[in-house]
Design a protein around this ligand. Sequence first.
Ligand code: ADP
Length: 455
Amino acid sequence: MKIQHKLSLLFTALTATILSVFAGLIYYSADGIREIEFYKRLQREAITKANLFFTAKVESRTLQTIYKNNRETLNEVEVAVYDTDFKLLYHDAADIDFVKETKQMIGDVQKKKILQFYQDDWQVVALLMRFDGKQYIITATAYDQYGFQKLKHMRQTIWTVFIFSVLIIYLAGRFFSKRVLSPVAEIVSNVKSITASNLDLRLPRSNGKDELSALSNTFNEMLDRLEHSFESQKQFVSNISHELRTPLSAIIAELEISTNRERSIPEYKEVIQNALNDAQKLAKLSTSLLDFAKANYDPSKIAFRKIRLDEILLDAMHDVQKQNEHYQIDIRFQSGSENEQDILVYGNEYLLKVAFKNLLENGCKFSKTHRCSVSIETQKNHVLLQFSDEGIGISENDLPHIFEPFYRGDNKTFADGNGIGLSLTKKILQLHHGEIEVSSLVNKGTVYHILFPHM
Ligand code: ADP
């Protein structure tokens, strides 16, 4: 069900409930007042007739004739008079005799002085009166036709007003909720027109301070992020294609040239060596891409356990040196790093090793001496790792970009690479709640500062 309908129904139901409680209260209090007033009237009539009978000594027949005549036009009160021995002294209409008095009832009146009750719709009052020193029981009864008619009119008026009010409230509710929610309908139709091919479309900007303006502005912000991420993905894919094509084209070109004519064995060896180098580059690129995909997994799907940072560093160092025998790496422990607990992190061994290998490789490959060093220092809340080299450094222009995927600085000609290493490293460190910063001076060297929170 649409919110618009829900709102108007809710609004109507709420008002209908309040109206019915209000109308019910008025109706039942009016009924209560009618009942009390009518008992009072019955009491007055009973006393008047008893006075006529006992004090004015009006004859029974005269009183009965008056009753009969009045009954034709009015809802006349029917009165009966008993003595305390339950002997009937007078009755307005013994032939009608609506109230069937009993001995027990006469006894009750003697005890309580007055009784009030209903017999069907008729109200009855029975009271004890004293004349000339003797006690008599007078009963008076009548149907409050006038009062009930008034109540019936009231009921009809209440129902009519109720139905009209609920109808008007429902229509007004629908009208206003439609007006209030019309911007939502507009947002929905605008959003429907936005697809992957026109992610640059935006909802109309609004300076309003209401929730709907906030909604469309938030939606626009989300579209900004989506568009940016789409663009980055496209860029990423085109970068990958480019990185794959370059070594592949080189391999194809070399192999084609070598098949043009007969070559000497050393020439063939050179071609094979070049093709092997390019194939190794391709293998390295595909490994980096796989690692990149792993580092982008949902963190809950990556296996984390307690690991020692120094052990991973040593492993990374051995791997790097195995691939590049002339690289020299120096690992130093600062004072305070002896406590095993302080160099424990909760992490994924494989990914952390990939990150450290990238930093070690960069340090060595961008230095003429192919040397770099790592220091481990435990601080109050963190472990600080510093990867330093005295290499060619990074220019100021490149520094803000080196963590972007496929970005290679203007010193790229100095060493081979594909530009994925640092973006992958940063991603892995973020997964481990670590932070990385770089400081570098051209021709002086580079230092990467990494902070890991203690476990
Ligand atoms: P790659 O090393 O494959 O080129 P990276 O993502 O590891 O890619 O590094 C990105 C760029 O940052 C490098 O191309 C280089 O320009 C610069 N860079 C990174 N580390 C160093 C370093 N230690 N010394 C000098 N330049 C560096």
